[in-house]
Write a protein that binds this ligand. Sequence first.
Ligand code: ATP
Ligand code: MG
Length: 442
Amino acid sequence: MRLTKYFLPVAKEVPAEAKIASHRLMLRAGMIKQASAGIYSWLPLGFRVLKKIETIVEEEQVKAGHIPMLMPTIQPAELWKESGRYEDYGKEMLRIRDRQERDLLYGPTNEEQITDIFRAHISSYKELPKTLFHIQWKFRDEMRPRFGIMRGREFYMKDGYSFDIDKDSAIHSYNRHLVSYLKTYERLGLKAIPMRADTGPIGGDYSHEFLVLAETGESNVFYDRTVAELSLGAEDINYEDPESIQGIVNQFTKYYARTEETHDKKMFEDLNVDLRQAGKGIEVGQIFYFGTKYSKTMNARVNLPDGSKVPVEMGSHGIGVSRLVGAIIEANHDEKGIVWPLSVAPFKIGIVNVKQSDKETSDFCEKLYTAINNMGLEVLYDDREERAGIKFNTMDLIGVPWRITVGPRGVEVGKVELTSRKSSESVEYSLEQVLNRLQSLD
Ligand code: ATP
Ligand code: MG
């Protein structure tokens, strides 16, 4: 992409309404524009990042054996009246009436809708287990939308729903989600800690929230520092082997890690003082096994081999895809701007032409730009008639992980400079060398 042909409305001023780094940087980098309170347009740069995150989230779900689909944003009120949540959900639900006077709503989540699909098509234990998921816009009329897309009213969420015949199988579904979420966050370059979460009136032990540690987080968190040091790494995961999946879950959940709602002061204080950590976190996902809550009220039953019918065991599992954009920025920025992890960077490489008016330099940039495009790597070429300083600032602000600087002096001896956004280290290369180096970026 040539910057002169792109749409990148970067802003110099720090917008006064933005209270946290990710909100400020997303506005300054031209990633989003507010449409109304808590509702945003995703401008091209922001949209690229959102799609990258979505792709990683989806890939990891598919690897775990979960099935992608798409449900609508608008749902009929009847389904929610059946489950009893139409009244319970309160003012957060955006209620709509169509021209036929039918009550509709903009979905804040999809338990009812998926249960309705399930009961229409599945009636035998033989078809279980199944997990269906979609990535779709949600609407919750939050009392205080804030921090940009972090607490929006309209937001993008991956929500998956598991259906199992019994508790053992349901726990394996729960565990698959826990592990696939860990893997997803790692691929996004994030450390997200699974913390025991409140299960509300349903009770039980089976809910975890995933929290990214950040001073600007809205949740108070308490944890054993050991858990913050764990990672899956390149370990092979066999989602079809319940025992090994349970092993990974145990490894990540055996330490104390809780949010305020489930915090147990006594248990926490029993930890060695060196291990005790308290701080703030951003909730980027939650998983929940709730049994037959919806299947009973909405009559989603399956036949057992002996002919009897039982309500199906269910769980729901969400990842805040749009919130993740903000969480990743909170965890990866400096005073100059965003520092994207390579996996979600809108462009992996930036070319800065230090002197656009110089023919040799511009010819060299063209050659480089074409070669990188041909390699299939995403590159942003700053071909504006601007001072070098302004171009460097733009690349730093929008967080391009690798910058290639091309100037008249280097071009004279066939050299360019490759600079890492993260470490600021630069290395000089010839054209051939730099193209080689680009094949193994990290
Ligand atoms: P919160 O406690 O932050 O309000 P929640 O517990 O109500 O979130 P869930 O129903 O668990 O949210 O939704 C799954 C995920 O969707 C959350 O973990 C979060 O990452 C994301 N999410 C929820 N509400 C919002 C919102 N208003 N804006 C952006 N993302 C959100
Ligand atoms: Mg939650």
